[in-house]
Design a protein around this ligand. Structure first.
Ligand code: ATP
Ligand code: ZN
Length: 297
C-alpha cells in the first residue's frame, strides 16, 4: 500500500454500465459506504476500504501509479492499456466478475464486399481500441490501417472514414441500427477485479486477499439456492439422483423419527415447481428453497 495510507482504495466507474453493479457487488461483499460531498469518493465505514469514482479509462492508470490498489474495470480497458504501454508494469486480473459481458468485434456495413477476415487487408478499420486491434491483426497476419476514434465509432463507415469498425458489442442492436453486422470476434470481455502492480506490502496483500475472498463469496452465492426437505430414509437414493446439487447434500437424522431424515442441498440450477413436485412424489415433504446470499468456503 502507499506508505502514507493505511486504507485500501478501490477504483470504480463513476457513471456508466459498470457503476451500479460494481457498487452493488462491494455492498454484497459487506462494505458500507458514506459518500463524500463531491460524490467522487465513498468512505468505507466498516472496513478500511474506500472507493474512488472515476472514468473507466482512468482505472488502469490509477492502478499502474499505485493511487488505487484495486479496480473494477472491463477486461477490454485493462488489456488495451497493457498492450498500449508494454514497458509499464501492468495491473493483474485477480478474477472475472460475471457482469459487463461483451465482445470486441469487427463489424462491416450490410451488403459490404468484406465477407472474410482476409478481406480486411489494406482497408481502414475505425476503433477506440487500437492496441487490441493491432495485436489481433498481427496475430492474423493482416496489415490494415487503424483509425482511432474516441466515440461514435459505428458511424465511421457511413462518414467514409473507414471500411469496417472494431467496437464493443453486447446484443448487437447498435450494430443493426447502423446497418452493420459482425464479421469476427476479436476478444471476449467482462468486468474484472484488477490489482495494482505496486500493491506489494504484506499488509496490503493481506487486506486485498480478504476483500477478494469476500467478493468471491458474494459471487458464488449468485444463482445458488439451498433446498431443504425431509424424507423417509429409504427415499434418499432416488431423491439424491434427482437433485441438481452442487455438492454432496447434508443428511441429518431427526430426533425420535429413525425412519426419516432432513436433507440440505446447495443447487446451482433453478428449482421450479416441477422439481419440487417430483421430489414430493418420491416421498419428500416440508420442501423449502432459499436464496443463498453469501458463501465462504
Ligand atoms: P466512461 O465515462 O467511464 O469512460 P464509457 O462510455 O467508456 O464510460 P460504458 O459504455 O459505461 O463506458 O462501458 C463500460 C464498460 O462496460 C465497457 O468498457 C465494457 O467493458 C462494458 N460493456 C458491456 N457491454 C457493453 C456494450 N454493449 N458497449 C460498450 N461497453 C460494454
Ligand atoms: Zn470509458
Amino acid at each position: 500500500m502507499n506508505e502514507n495510507r493505511d486504507r485500501l482504495r478501490i477504483a470504480v466507474q463513476k457513471s456508466g454500465r459498470l457503476s451500479e453493479v460494481s457498487l452493488d457487488l462491494l455492498r454484497r461483499a459487506g462494505l458500507v459506504f458514506r459518500a463524500s460531498r463531491d460524490r467522487l469518493f465513498l468512505y468505507g465505514e466498516n472496513l478500511p476500504v474506500d472507493v474512488l469514482l472515476v472514468r473507466d479509462d482512468d482505472i488502469p492508470g490509477l492502478l499502474v501509479e499505485g493511487s488505487c490498489e484495486l479496480g473494477i474495470v472491463g477486461r477490454n480497458v485493462l488489456d488495451e492499456q497493457r498492450l498500449a504501454a508494454p514497458e509499464q508494469p501492468a495491473p493483474a486480473e485477480v478474477r472475472a466478475l460475471g457482469f459487463g459481458g461483451c465482445r470486441l468485434a469487427i463489424a462491416v456495413p450490410d451488403g459490404s464486399a468484406i465477407t472474410a477476415v482476409s478481406d480486411l487487408a489494406g482497408l481502414r478499420i475505425a476503433t477506440s481500441y487500437p492496441a487490441l486491434l493491432a495485436d489481433w491483426l498481427r496475430q492474423q497476419g493482416i496489415t490494415a490501417e487503424i483509425v482511432v476514434l474516441n466515440g461514435s465509432v459505428e458511424i465511421a463507415p457511413r462518414l467514409g472514414k473507414a471500411h469496417a469498425i472494431c467496437d464493443l458489442v453486447s446484443s448487437g442492436a447498435t450494430l443493426a441500427a447502423n446497418q452493420l453486422h459482425e464479421l469476427v470476434t476479436v476478444m471476449r470481455s467482462e468486468a474484472v477485479l484488477a490489482v495494482s502492480p505496486r500493491a506489494q506490502t504484506a499488509a496490503t496483500t493481506a487486506q486485498i486477499e480478504r476483500l477478494r475472498a469476500r467478493i468471491g463469496g458474494a459471487l458464488s452465492g449468485d444463482g445458488v439456492r439451498l433446498l431443504m426437505l425431509q424424507a423417509p430414509r429409504s427415499a434418499l437414493p432416488a431423491i439424491t439422483q434427482l437433485l441438481p446439487a452442487r455438492d454432496v447434500p447434508s443428511v441429518l437424522s431427526l430426533d425420535g423419527r429413525p425412519e426419516d431424515v432432513a436433507m440440505q442441498a446447495l443447487c446451482t440450477t433453478a428449482l421450479d415447481w416441477q422439481h419440487l413436485e417430483e421430489l414430493k412424489r418420491l416421498g419428500a415433504h416440508g420442501l423449502m428453497v432459499l436464496n443463498v446470499e453469501r458463501m465462504l468456503a
